[in-house]
Design a protein around this ligand. Structure first.
Ligand SMILES: [Zn+2]
Ligand SMILES: [Zn+2]
Length: 348
């Protein structure tokens, strides 16, 4: 739990950095093309070049690998060279450095934590850099040598028959995984350059996040290999229900029940808001189903928390199913009075 309200998170150190991260996360999800790739292939798909051990007959982990294998041989002829982008036109051997994969973690917040933001610590399983070999995977004191199968090119050539004809296919050398080198594996990580560890991460959740928000924490995914950049950590936000309050974006909704007498005469009702209990003035003659608006008692805007939504209070009027003898007498007197004057708020 955190102490609401933390409205001005911009003043806190590192807040700007967090908002930058949020901005990137939202960018990923608002771009339709990217979102399609994301939904289909996850973060790895967006990064294009990574995660791919995709030689022929191997399962492809992202769409670019497919093209790369199919048209890989044409890269040398200049045919595909101009297409740019992560996967295309990569020359000779696979880059020795490989970026780390992105991580994903679910985080459930209390209703008010999401409204006002909070700090949370989360434990993340991930692959950390191997300290023994410093992500190279090479046993210290040994030196990598040229791969005997591909002679250091990182590629092997084979013919592939397709309905369009026979293609010369170039794929990564299976012996050295496209790196052009073989080496003695590090004892600690087995040549992976990374080891599995749990890391505790301090996360600053900004005010105004909603269910389905995705926070991106840069560099907290898996470590890269052979000096490659670390992946990012994506935090998927879900929010617990509140017993009285409901949320629709920046707007809070709640119900208040008053007696029919209070509806006629007006009253003060105690209403729960995200800021705590507030006395709300119910004007005389309030109709059942009326919605009263409490301005700026809603959810702070993500990224500019001094802007706030409203709180809508839906008024329910309680009509008693039974009356005491005295009450009944009074209501009957009221009825009589109405039939004489033909005016008034009652029409029985
Ligand atoms: Zn190692
Ligand atoms: Zn090789």
């Amino acid at each position: 739990m955190c102490e609401p309200p933390i409205l001005d998170v911009n003043k806190e150190p590192g807040a700007e950095e967090v908002f930058k991260k949020i901005g990137e996360a939202y960018e990923v999800l608002s771009d339709d093309t990217k979102k399609t790739i994301y939904d289909k292939y996850g973060e790895a798909g967006l990064k294009g070049g990574m995660g791919g051990r995709g030689g022929p007959g191997v399962e492809f982990t992202n769409p670019f690998d497919l093209f790369e294998s199919f048209f890989g041989g044409m890269g040398g002829m200049g045919g595909m060279g101009g297409m740019g982008g992560g996967g295309f036109g990569r020359a000779s051997s696979r880059s020795r450095t490989q970026p780390g994969e992105d991580g994903r973690v679910e985080l459930q917040l209390d209703f008010l934590e999401a409204v006002f933001g909070c700090s949370r610590e989360i434990d993340v399983d991930r692959l950390n850099a191997c300290e023994v070999c410093e992500t190279s995977g090479v046993r210290p004191g040994t030196t990598p040598s040229t791969c005997p199968q591909c002679q250091g090119s990182g590629q092997v050539v084979s013919a592939m028959r397709t309905p369009l004809g026979t293609f010369q296919q170039v794929s990564y050398c299976p012996r050295c995984d496209g790196q052009g080198q073989t080496f003695t594996a590090c004892d600690k990580c087995g040549g992976e350059g990374r080891v599995e560890e749990v890391k505790r991460i301090s996360l600053k959740v900004p005010a105004g996040v909603d269910a389905g928000s995705r926070l991106r924490v840069r560099g907290e995914g898996n470590s890269g290999r052979r000096g490659g950049e670390a992946g990012d950590l994506y935090v998927n936000i879900s929010i617990k229900d509140h017993p009285e309050l409901r949320r629709d974006g920046m707007t809070i909704h709640s119900d208040v029940e008053i007696s029919y007498v209070d509806a006629i005469l007006g009253t003060q009702a105690k209403v729960t808001t995200v800021d705590g209990p507030v006395e709300l003035k119910i004007p005389p003659g309030t109709q059942p189903g009326t919605t009263l608006l409490m301005a700026r008692r809603g959810v702070p805007k993500l990224g500019s928390p001094t802007v706030r939504g409203d709180h809508m209070v839906h008024v329910r009027v309680r009509i008693p199913k039974s009356l005491s003898a005295e009450e009944r007498k009074l209501v009957e007197e009221l009825k009589e009075l109405q039939s004489k004057t033909k005016v008034g708020p009652f029409r029985f």
